[in-house]
Design a protein around this ligand. Structure first.
Ligand code: ZN
Length: 237
């Protein structure tokens, strides 16, 4: 479904994400038809803007999945629901991604944490920037499962001081998030899932990506790929 060739070096602005995704993907007719049906169905339950944004997230996930896996990219069904607990998810048992329209407004409330020396600067981000980081997070989960990428953990130390500072900060945020999610869902299963390392790794990668995106104000395909495969030993910079 991807139009070749991709230009890996060209910079794009996050606000043009929708156009970017349209340019790099070429869905087949069957897919377009089934998405249209799904779109019409969801309109009975959800605001149209939320549905559009959810499809943008799903399309972004699929594009990043293609970047990560190439020809082995996902050939499974796309999955989008009206109601659910998370904005997006990757289910390793089914090997598929899901997006949930009722949660998509969370993309309005995402913050980036920028490390400046000893200081941490909190910056709000656009929905498109949030969508890119959520998509990185979910595809990272599939890479953990399928390619056994080396993961960042709470004890990771790299040769890059910026990354080390970010890791330290992430550890704190992650523990706060864990408490918040438990408070919201009262799910012990969820809480213990958060202890198994895969969530820390994915949330470190998406958070660090978001900080760099806000700093750079643009992205290119090279950057997206570098973050998907971010490796604690071979960190760039
Ligand atoms: Zn996750």
């Amino acid at each position: 479904m991807i139009m070749a060739p991709l230009n890996y070096k060209k910079d794009f602005y996050p606000e043009d994400l929708s156009k970017f995704i349209k340019d790099v993907t070429e869905p087949d007719e069957e897919l377009v038809e089934s998405c249209k049906e799904c779109f019409d169905f969801l309109q009975n339950y959800c605001p149209i803007e939320d549905i559009k944004r959810s499809f943008l997230l799903l399309d972004t996930i699929y594009f990043l999945d293609y970047l990560a896996f190439g020809e082995e990219a996902s050939c499974f069904d796309r999955y989008i629901t009206a109601k659910g607990m998370f904005v997006a998810s990757y289910d390793f048992r089914m090997d598929n991604y899901g997006v949930c329209v009722s949660q998509i407004s969370q993309t309005n409330d995402v913050d980036a944490y920028l490390i400046r020396g000893e200081d941490i600067i909190v910056s709000s981000v656009s929905p498109e920037e949030a969508i890119l980081s959520i998509a990185i997070h979910e595809v990272r989960h599939r890479l953990q499962h399928k390619k056994r990428v080396r993961m960042f953990n709470k004890a990771t130390k790299t040769r890059n001081q910026d990354i080390n500072r970010y890791l330290l900060h992430r550890k704190h945020i992650f523990n706060e998030d864990k408490k918040r999610i438990y408070k919201r869902t009262r799910s012990k299963v969820l809480r213990s899932n958060l202890n198994n390392g895969i969530e820390f790794d994915a949330s470190f990668v998406d958070g660090y990506f978001l900080a760099e995106l806000v700093k750079k104000k643009s992205f290119n395909i090279d950057m997206l790929k570098a973050f998907l495969f971010l490796d604690p030993i071979r960190v760039f910079g």
